[in-house]
Design a protein around this ligand. Structure first.
Ligand code: G3H
Ligand code: 13P
Ligand code: ZN
Length: 314
């Protein structure tokens, strides 16, 4: 099938009460792990590239790696839909560059701007993208934690206002909207009990029927990886994510896209740390990167089957 947009994916997910996993990709092993998981579970998948990933790997490398994944699938007769998406596009130029280079979906993150400025910037990206058959995710409301170059302190966390969401979608024509309901980026999401504002999600769903909502900061920070990291020399005490039950519930509501990056980082780091401690004579990167890749694959499979519900929805 090759690369596709999120249009049909989200329509099906909305109707079916499940969500599509959007996994951040930064290198070959991550892409391979995610693709193996999606292929083996026959699930649609979104591969997303952040501005940080573009800086780290070079946009050309990332694009070619995703193309390689598609070509390998074609050769193997695998037919799952794959979206190549820009995560947290910081400005019009980055979105344009991705659209021009073959991304099928971009996010313009204007959440750091005023409502009016966000509308104006998002509309500009939507106009450019839609003329070229590319879909656009926007963001309204601020997530707690670190968001690329913007730092949003916990106290400044600003939940999305459902009425503003309606006006925003109407005025920009965006195809999906990321909203703030209490999730945050990174591995430290909650100090006490996890709390999400499902009431806001429900109201947004009622006011914007059939419109796909996106959940950022949706890693569950599996405690097995946190434990492994800490056991093998790491220091990430108290890391905590969104309980998977909450993600499952969100997926049955208006949420069609669930963003996961931190869990990939944790899966890889836990397993690489284990090799370094248990097999100190190993110095071939292929040894520990294979383990890291397998860990990504198993984690993504678990998400698809047990959390997102997108298994066999390709
Ligand atoms: O939302 C942030 C994603 O986890 C991407 O993180 O900007 O460090 O690549 P990054
Ligand atoms: P996590 O840090 O929870 O993985 O969130 C990732 C994300 O929202 C990417 O846009
Ligand atoms: Zn995000």
């Amino acid at each position: 099938m090759g690369l596709t947009t999120t249009k049909k994916m989200f329509e099906d997910a909305y109707k079916g009460g499940y969500a599509i996993g959007a996994f951040n990709v930064n290198n070959m092993e991550i892409i391979q792990g995610i693709m193996e998981a999606a292929n083996e579970t026959n699930s649609p998948v979104i591969l997303q590239v952040s501005a940080g990933a573009r800086k780290y790997a070079n946009p050309i490398y990332l694009k070619k790696l995703v193309e390689a994944a598609i070509e390998c699938n074609e050769k193997a007769g695998k037919d799952i839909p794959v979206v190549l998406h820009l995560d947290h596009g910081p400005d019009f130029e980055t979105c344009k560059d991705c659209i021009d280079s073959g991304f099928t979906s971009v996010m313009i993150d204007g959440s750091k701007y005023s409502f009016e400025e966000n509308v104006e910037l998002t509309k500009r990206v939507v106009d450019y993208a839609h003329e070229r058959g590319v879909v656009v995710e926007a963001e309204l409301g601020k997530l707690a934690g670190v968001e690329d170059d913007v730092n949003v302190k916990d106290s400044d966390a600003m939940f999305t206002n459902p009425d503003e969401a309606v006006e925003f979608v109407k005025r920009t024509g965006c195809d999906s909207l990321a909203i703030a309901i209490g999730t945050s980026h990174g591995a430290y999401k909650f100090k006490g009990d996890a709390k999400l504002r499902f009431d806001i999600l429900e109201e947004v769903g009622k006011k914007l029927p059939n419109f796909p909502i996106v959940l950022h900061g949706a890693s569950s920070v599996p405690q097995e990886f946190v434990k492994m990291c800490n056991e093998y020399g790491g220091q990430i005490p108290g890391a905590k994510g969104v309980p998977e039950e909450m993600l499952k519930k969100a997926a049955t509501m208006a949420v069609c896209k669930i963003n996961i990056d931190s869990d990939i980082r944790l899966a890889m780091t836990a397993n690489i740390r284990e090799v370094f401690v248990n097999e100190p004579s190993v110095f071939d990167p292929r040894t520990y990167l294979s383990k890291a890749r397998d860990a990504v694959k198993n984690m993504v499979k678990h998400k698809i089957v047990d959390v997102l519900g997108s298994e066999n929805k390709a």
